[in-house]
Design a protein around this ligand. Structure first.
Ligand code: CP
Length: 311
């Protein structure tokens, strides 16, 4: 029984295979419509979500399975003091696979240690978000045709942005990736990621506070929201929240084949006048999330279109 807690739980070959399956699902939707018949996904979301929870649920429904769960800690017995471990043990009684989001780093890992079914980390605090990374990789591969030899800029809250941490970790395993880290000084990438992931893998990188200066070099721009919920000081959040606002005008200096990604939700960091620019890929990216989660659910349940089975 296998879980996905960190993107490194999957080899590069396994990631590539999941992306291949996601591409096949996009091309042949009907083929997958009954693969998870009789299976149930539990979505245990202790923290708010729109895309991750809904795309997991849509993924399971499109595979012919069913979904149960909760969308807030307040509507579960966590509000009465039940532990993550006990909540997980209960979900195992009722479901075949669990997707868990939690504000505390490591909570899905704890769940995976007591679970008798696969656990997927759907985002844990400021730590990791591996299924967002699969989403991002699928989007980049479909748009660029490759996962190597490009320059990617990460802009915004690189300190608390778990999607950034996971995607940098994933890209470090591909050839010819150059990383541009764009953030205010207060929201720089944590030094352990810079050292353990970027420097130790010999990845070329630069760090700057100036988005406009580096924009012309980028093949991929990964914008992020300043993560209000991780700040201790409201005053500090207000001071930093509008550090970067991408506008249509600023894109005049960018490459014609740039792709702009954002895990969403956005607040102010991408002006709505960018949305109809052909380089804006963030809504398509959210759609990719459903297909790659379908591929992941099948993989973790050991199910394939030609190997239908019911519990
Ligand atoms: N990208 C992402 O994790 O979005 P949600 O918080 O809406 O799930």
């Amino acid at each position: 029984m296998r879980s996905l807690i960190n993107i490194l739980d999957l080899s590069v070959e396994e990631v590539d295979k999941l992306l291949d399956v996601a591409d096949d699902i996009i091309a042949n939707r009907e083929k997958y419509s009954e693969v998870c018949h009789g299976k149930k996904l539990a979505t245990l979301f202790f923290e708010p979500s729109t895309r991750t929870r809904l795309s997991f649920e849509a993924a399971m429904y499109e595979l012919g399975g069913n979904v149960l769960g909760f969308s807030a800690a307040a509507s579960s017995s966590a509000s009465k003091g039940e532990s993550v471990a006990d909540t997980t043990r209960m979900a195992c009684c009722y479901a075949d696979i669990i997707a868990m989001r939690h504000p505390k780093e490591g909570a899905p890992f704890v769940a995976s240690k007591v679970s008798s079914v696969p656990v997927v980390n759907a985002g844990d605090g400021g730590h990791n978000h591996p299924t967002q990374t699969l989403t991002d990789l699928l989007t980049i591969r479909r748009k660029k045709g490759r996962l190597n030899n490009f320059t990617i800029g990460f802009c915004g809250d690189l300190k608390f942005g778990r999607t950034v941490h996971s995607l940098i970790t994933a890209l470090a395993r591909y050839e010819g990736i150059k990383i541009v880290l764009i953030s205010p000084d207060e929201l720089k990438l944590p030094s352990y990621i810079k050292k353990d992931v970027i420097k130790n893998n010999g990845i070329e990188y630069v760090q700057t506070t100036d988005l406009e200066a580096v924009l012309p070099e980028l093949d991929v721009l990964y914008m992020t929201r300043v993560q209000q919920e991780r700040f201790f000081s409201e005053e500090e959040y207000i001071r930093l929240r509008d550090s970067y606002i991408l506008t249509r005008k600023k894109l005049d200096k960018a490459k014609e084949d740039l792709i702009i990604l954002h895990p969403l939700p956005r607040v102010n960091e991408i002006s709505t006048d960018v949305d109809d620019d052909p380089r804006a890929c963030y809504f398509e990216q959210a759609l990719c999330g459903k297909f790659v989660r379908m591929a992941l659910i099948m993989e973790l349940l050991g199910l394939h279109p030609e190997e239908k089975e019911s519990k």
